[in-house]
Design a protein around this ligand. Structure first.
Ligand code: ADP
Length: 658
């Protein structure tokens, strides 16, 4: 499938859409993104306004203007019949989803191909809810490599839907990361992409983040001091902060700079300090204090991860009584592995006090460690809606032991919990317009991809030959399946292909390990390991490699496979989290041929990895035409922000109405 026009339901585990109109907006939003984005962006920046302190704020788009979404069926194939949008109530759909998932996973744990046959999407929420697993006859027939995937059939004409009007919302994202000024991983990309999507749909969007010393200041336009004396309560006193305003690629950003001996953000890196929990507890408090002092009453405050999960706690425990009764809070959890654990000093520092209340298991009291407060848990309890970054990870975190101890609280609050697959910002990650790569290309000019492959080899001093290039880009974190990455390097070389790695770790031991590996392979003309963070090089790798490997232990969403697909670089992934939701195996998927877009394995071990990587390398070498069709399939998938953008608006509408 190239692009779906309907079915907000299958991307968000618990569909908050309350009426057919809301769902229709999701349909309309599937219109090709490029033209809409261009036209809307041109309209930005037309109004000026003054903040309550009399400070003139830079231009902003006309908010509160009703927006019309027009149905546009172009490039939007018909969805499978069982994916028609549902206007069911949240509770009902959530229950169906979870029950279906539980029974699917219990009864049909998928094996590794090719040793055994079966659908690798057995437990994928989309499949679990609405699609039966493939019949036995069908899976047997797939023991042989299937014929090349044909071009997708021409989409059936879509009905022309009447325009849908919706009021614009005022949305503030409070976040520890934002690409391209302060990015550590996918969180930064997500906030960057979602905020643009919400803005081009006519909403007023602002972002609040810390003023890190390590900000990429060259990426901020018009940075200026906008609020000089923000005093943020902290312990018995208050910390003096200055707030700056600037545009990050058109996004309106407020940067909070505390002036204290704690030196919260004036440090070389974003994370990795012993007082991280207190740094972000302070930032969250400063963000909401800034909203209150400047009389900002957003419709929605959208928080991200434990770093900002105290915002809803402050809102409902402290600021509601001060008159902030309007905002509703959506919390997105990008990774359950990090939760923000802290002792009672948090309550003293923040003025929340009342340990008898907050240490309770119904509040912030951690389930695993006594006398410990869990900030992420507080975010789940106090937010009006909680999302994570794929339906499959929503299920795994709640029901498959991937919640790192938060399973009970997710069960308690399941009614306001769901998954939305992240989008990719195709203004940044698009080989047709990417200025980081030497030769732009698209699906109709695929041969030009090979110029980028040559450029990549030239840059990394690899031999220029007919071999496939397998790449890995990511944080060198145990989550990413580092043992399998290591094995994949040697296996790839053995199988006559080349390997490129770009990654880094804040953990010295891991970095040292990979430096050792790099030295060991230094003389190989077919391998290059680049230890570090290099956004520019990552673009060239996405464009120049043939395959991207994502063998994660767990993967909430995963962006690398989504970006790679846009560049016609075939993902080889383990069937977990967002990887299972977005990659469909060429040989074993139950999906139609034209929807298959990569290689998938199930077991976290070397044979599992080899089962997928071996097939990919063999296909590239022995069936180049098949491989080329697979590349085109991958490029046709629409993983833009169109659909997740609408899913988030549905959530916002839902929590505003309820
Ligand atoms: P996570 O959020 O767990 O780090 P994701 O796959 O969601 O993983 O997002 C990773 C993002 O960070 C992608 O945009 C990827 O290209 C980028 N990235 C990761 N490591 C590096 C690196 N060493 N250099 C450049 N970009 C990187």
């Amino acid at each position: 499938m190239v692009k779906k026009s309907t079915g907000a339901r299958d991307q968000i585990t618990q569909n908050p859409a309350k009426d057919p109109q809301t769902v229709q907006a999701a349909d309309d939003a599937s219109a090709p993104s490029q033209s809409r984005k261009t036209s809307t962006r041109k309209g930005e920046g037309t109004k000026r306004r003054t903040d309550p302190q009399g400070v003139e704020l830079p231009a902003e788009p006309a908010a509160l203007t009703p927006v019309v979404f027009r149905a546009d069926a172009s490039a939007t194939p018909e969805p499978p019949a069982d994916e028609t949008p549902q206007a069911t109530g949240l509770t009902e759909s959530a229950q169906i989803e979870v029950e279906a998932l539980a029974s699917e996973v219990e009864t049909t744990a998928p094996p590794n191909p090719p040793e055994t046959s079966g659908s690798l999407e057995a437990a994928a929420p989309e499949t679990a809810v609405s699609d039966a697993l493939p019949a036995e006859a069908e899976t047997e027939a797939m023991a042989e490599p299937p014929p090349p995937a044909d071009s997708p059939p021409a989409p059936d004409p879509q009905p022309v839907l009447p325009p849908v009007w919706r009021p614009a919302l005022f949305i503030i994202h409070v976040t520890p990361e934002l690409a391209s000024v302060a990015k550590v991983g996918g969180l930064g990309d997500m906030v960057f992409g979602l905020t643009r999507e919400l803005a081009i749909r006519g909403n007023h969007v602002e972002i609040i983040l810390p003023k890190y010393a390590s900000l990429r200041y060259d990426q901020i336009y018009g940075l200026q001091e906008i609020y000089r004396d923000l005093w943020v309560p902290w312990y018995e006193g208050a910390i003096h902060c200055t707030v700056y305003f600037g545009f990050v690629h058109g996004r309106k950003c407020f940067f909070i700079e505390p002036h204290s001996q704690d030196n919260f953000f004036n440090r070389p890196s974003i994370y990795g300090y012993h007082d991280d929990v207190m740094r972000y507890a302070f930032f969250s408090r400063a963000a909401i204090e800034f909203m209150w002092k400047t009389n900002k009453h957003p419709d929605i405050i959208h928080c991200h991860d434990w770093q900002t999960a105290l915002v809803p706690v402050y809102l409902y425990e402290q600021y509601q009584a001060l008159g902030m009764t309007h905002p509703r809070v959506c919390l997105t959890i990008h990774n359950f592995a990090h939760q923000g654990l802290v002792g009672p000093e948090l309550l003293r520092a923040t003025g929340l006090h009342r340990p008898e209340r907050f240490f309770s298991h119904t509040q912030l009291g951690d389930h695993r460690y006594p006398n410990t407060l869990n900030i992420l848990k507080g975010g789940i309890v106090y937010s009006n809606f909680v999302t994570t970054v794929s339906p499959r990870y929503a299920f795994e975190s709640k029901d498959m032991g991937q919640g790192f101890g938060l399973e009970p609280v997710l069960h308690t609050h399941h009614i306001k919990y769901g998954g939305v697959v992240n989008g990719v910002d195709y203004d940044i990650w698009n080989p047709e317009i990417d200025h980081h790569i030497p030769v732009q290309y698209g699906i109709d000019t695929l041969d030009r991809k090979y110029d980028n492959k040559r450029a990549l080899r030239h840059r990394l001093l690899l031999a220029d030959n007919e071999k496939a290039i397998v790449a890995f880009i990511g944080r060198l974190d145990p989550q990413k399946g580092l043992e399998l990455v290591r094995h994949a390097i040697f296996y790839t070389l053995e199988r006559g292909a080349q390997f490129v790695l770009l990654g880094s770790s804040p953990d010295g031991r891991i970095n040292t390990d990979f430096w050792g590996l790099k030295r060991m392979l230094n003389d190989s003309p077919d391998c290059h390991l680049e230890i570090g963070f290099d956004e520019d090089l990552s673009h060239l790798i996405y464009a120049g490699a043939d395959m991207i490997l994502v063998p994660s232990r767990f993967e909430p969403c995963g962006l690398t496979q989504l970006i790679a697909m846009r560049y016609g670089t075939i993902p080889i992934v383990r069937a977990v989290g967002g990887l299972a939701d977005t990659v469909f195996d060429k040989d074993y998927s139950s999906r139609p041929l034209h929807e298959r877009n990569g290689y998938v394995f199930n077991d976290y071990d070397n044979p599992g990895l080899e089962s997928a990587l071996g097939r990919a390398i063999a296909c590239y070498r022995d069936y180049p035409e098949h491989f080329r069709e697979l590349m085109k399939n991958a490029m046709r998938w629409d993983y833009s922000w169109n659909r997740p953008g609408q899913d988030y608006l549905n959530i916002y509408d839902y929590i505003r109405e309820s």
